[in-house]
Design a binder for this molecule. Structure first.
Ligand code: GDP
Length: 410
């Protein structure tokens, strides 16, 4: 049975963008933990994180090589595409950005925007990648959400749409008020720190401040979104449903950037972050059809399982299972045993196996459809950047946007 478009709407191809040390690896780990993909939390400092496959990467403590990991949240499949945070790997970031539909930009609540967050942000701008921002490390001494948001506004120039009010600060950061639903989420501190959020009404001392911030959010959104403005003018306020829809539209069009906060390290703020990914970031159906060329003619191919297959190899990785080519399937369906064509080299290749890479294991698939991200085994000559397509319907996907020279970080 073929995947229909309803299933495609449930896919999020997501990247995590950050300055080295902002907490990208920790956020990734906590997402995999929260989604039940891993049962033991990896820790950055002991080298057991499951996304960092490569020993060199573990040794250096930074994420050098991109890999894609699939997990599930709220009935959606999230394909997490790792993007290197280190300044020396701008080309790898570029390739990863090419295959993302949306991203979480992670910032440090003390440092705010750091030089490299700027270069990655600009790269994401050039690729038109919709983003939400996660201000991490709210537990650190000196953490300040407002100041971090101000630095995002001044240095990266989006319209920040702050949807949470932190409860407590630094060591006492215990939860957030969700300004869209006007509910509080407080994390219980159980011994292993894996606190699940307890939802409740907005605590009395924060009611006035939460109402003031909700009002400011409504005003900002109404200024940017015609349907929200209409409701705001009619009723003098915005319903939570309209607000959420407007936030989704603004995220997808780049009209604003939703800002959330938390402490990945203490496992606080990850569930609302995943909810925001699902609510606001686009699915493969919400992004423009992929473009390519054949015999000098430009063509588009939609994210539709029924059209001829076209995919882009964005990472080739030597793993214990052999050589794996990570592919974003843009159009059509690819099945195990299929022959595919690489228009760059003129070679045909046979797909021996199709794997969904989970944090701790590979799952073998019979097929993968448009919108998905999978690893192919048996594809011998394809390289990073290669197009693979249906030999009967050739298409060379347009090359990635050239990387800008990156200003080095002092
Ligand atoms: P990356 O370089 O962006 O992948 O960052 P890491 O996830 O490796 O984190 C960098 C450092 O910050 C590590 O020592 C983490 O333990 C620490 N860290 C990550 N998240 C938090 C947080 O929420 N609070 C605090 N205090 N430290 C954190």
């Amino acid at each position: 049975m073929r995947t229909n478009t309803t299933t495609l709407a449930a896919v999020r191809n997501l990247g995590i963008l950050a300055h080295v040390d902002a907490g990208k690896t920790t956020v990734t780990e906590r997402i995999l933990y929260a989604t039940g993909t891993t049962h033991k939390r990896g820790e950055v400092h002991d080298g057991t994180t499951v996304t960092d496959f490569d020993p060199q990467e573990r040794d250096r403590g930074i994420t050098i090589f991109a890999a894609a990991v699939s997990c599930a949240w709220d009935g959606r499949r999230i394909n997490l595409i790792d993007t290197p945070g280190h300044v020396d790997f701008a080309d790898e970031v570029e390739r990863s950005l090419r295959v993302l539909d949306g991203a979480i930009a992670v910032f440090d609540a003390v440092a705010g925007v750091e030089p490299q967050s700027e270069s990655v942000w600009r790269q994401a701008d050039r690729h038109g990648v919709p983003r939400i921002a996660f201000v991490n490390k709210m537990d650190r001494a000196g953490a300040d959400l407002d100041r971090a948001v101000e630095s995002i506004r001044q240095r990266l120039h989006p319209v920040p749409l702050v949807v949470q009010l932190p409860i407590g600060a630094e060591d006492g950061f215990t939860g957030v008020v969700d300004l869209v639903r006007m509910r509080s989420l407080v994390w219980a501190t159980d011994p292993d720190g894996a606190g699940t959020a307890v939802e409740g009404p907005v605590p009395e001392p924060l009611r006035q401040e939460a109402a003031r911030r909700r009002r400011a959010l409504e005003e900002t959104v109404a200024e940017l979104h015609p349907a929200a403005l209409e409701e705001f003018c009619d009723r003098g306020t915005l319903g939570s449903g309209t607000l959420a829809e407007a936030l989704r539209d603004l995220t997808r069009t780049g009209g604003g950037v939703v800002v959330l906060c938390g402490s990945a390290y203490r496992n606080r703020g990850i569930e609302p972050l995943l909810d925001a990914v699902v609510a606001y970031l686009p699915s493969p159906l919400d992004v423009p059809a992929v473009r390519g060329v054949h015999e000098g003619t430009e063509q588009q191919r939609a994210a539709d399982p029924e059209v001829p297959f076209a995919g882009l190899v964005f990472k080739v990785h030597a793993s214990t299972t052999g050589r794996l080519a990570y592919v974003r399937v843009y159009a059509g369906t690819i099945e195990k045993g299929d022959t595919v064509w690489d228009p760059g080299t003129g070679r045909t290749e046979r797909v021996a196996r199709i794997l969904r890479v989970m944090a701790d294991r590979h799952v073998q698939l019979d097929r993968a459809v448009a919108g998905d991200i999978v690893a192919l085994a048996g594809v011998k000559s394809a390289r990073t950047g290669s197009t693979l397509c249906d030999p009967g319907a050739p298409l060379l996907l347009e090359p990635p946007v050239a990387a800008e020279p990156v200003v080095s970080v002092a």
